[in-house]
Design a protein around this ligand. Sequence first.
Ligand code: NAD
Ligand code: UGA
Length: 473
Amino acid sequence: MNSARPSIRAVCCLGAGYVGGPTMAVIADHCPEIQVTVVDLNAERIAAWNDPDLSRLPVYEPGLDAVVGRARGRNLHFTTEVDAAIAAADMVFLSVNTPTKTRGVGAGQASDLRWIEASARQVAAAAKGHTIVVEKSTLPVRTAEVVKAILAAAQGDAHGDKTFSVLSNPEFLAEGTAIADLEAPDRVLIGGEGDAAIEALVAIYSQWVPEGRILRTNLWSSELSKLTANAFLAQRISSINSIAALCEATGADVREVARAIGSDSRLGSRFLQAGPGFGGSCFQKDILNLVYLCRHYGLEAPADYWEQVVSLNSWQQHRIARKVVQSLFGTVTGKRLAVLGFAFKADTNDTRESPAIRICRDLIEEGAQLAIVDAKVEPAQIALDLEQPPLAALPGAAPGGEGGWLPAASALEAAYGADAVLILTEWSAYHQLDWAAIAAVMRRPAWLFDARAIADAAAARAAGLTVWRVGEG
Ligand code: NAD
Ligand code: UGA
């Protein structure tokens, strides 16, 4: 580790979300001499970051409460006073949301850069002296050009004693393992022009990241590497899910295939877990952004290639809903189904683009009555995602009822009167369920659809359930 102290004294981060909050907490923890202020326009979110009860932070991440508990109030601050925090900072991270555009040019594919542009304008207006502006959000390649143009306009204005450098420093953390990923990253990527700014950021990371893991590139390589990393990771999931379907049709087992191919050191064993399709706020958005960029540069074949990764993912999600309907004698109308897991993966309360959303919507559309339980997702969030409030009570199991959903407090409660249990998120609690107790409260014949292949299938079969596991022929 580098013993040289960072020259930066005060850092500000715009955006107190899944990335801004944990990333800045870890920087503050490792660099006690730097004042780190995280700002957000969302006052409710900031209040939750300041909640004395650390179990109520707005982001659930294992280990985050301890890091925030150590640094908050010492050199880690959460506030809505955006301008003051920018003015005091030598370095400003932009960690705002960059979702897919929903209207206008590029709708459905291009990234919506309105929050990045607004935050760059805010930095341009409020900064004092020299400020290093760091793109932490995931951005289309060449966005730094836009950021620089906005900052340059302020640099030249009448009051102008301000100057700026722009760096790209994309974040590679995964939700659920954010703290471990930030503490021991595979690499830290810093793209930029001008050694001084790059080295100022290197000096921060090198307080805990070995020098050999800090990569320096030009701005455009850094921006594009982030999109490429997510595209390659998502591509592996679509690849294994396509093979899972073929396994089911042929009697092969996708876990055996994954082990066999993953033992090849050229392929590696990670990200070969078949499932209900990838979710999360970024894979789909970032691939669609890549597709849009390829088309923008006239590269139709690469655009079509990457688009298929997303199409296969949607197909997999619909396929699982169809599988349930077909297995339950072609209809789920009026039938109760227990859904275990709604978050897009275990160990997070995030439901953005969760496969559970599409699968549950398909089943509700078919008339099913879902009892949904999740370890961390609140019923209010499920209602938002499904775009409908919970039913007052699940009506009787007689066919003919409208589809709907209700929250359940436990897997056992969800299973009452249900024809099937669906596992959609791999929460550790669902690895060891009491299948005898669950089967006893279900209607017969009863099924287990394990879209994550984590349950004890032998125990479920022994309890009398018919078991379907993703990728098992
Ligand atoms: P998020 O929606 O959780 O948080 C973004 C926050 O920015 C919101 O709270 C919003 O209110 C705030 N904001 C917007 N405009 C602002 C402004 N002008 N000033 C202050 N605050 C403002 O998003 P996130 O999941 O943290 O993602 C942020 C970026 O990081 C995205 O580009 C995403 O692609 C990227 N990323 C996310 C992850 C992840 O795991 N979620 C991982 C790597 C990279
Ligand atoms: C992903 C990347 O892993 C991070 O490196 C990146 O920083 C982040 O996106 C981002 O840019 O937002 P995240 O989406 O939080 O992180 O979580 P992952 O562990 O990648 O899982 C994504 C989805 O793929 C989940 O729904 C997960 O269940 C699914 N998945 C993952 C599989 O179906 N199979 C696997 O083998 C791995």
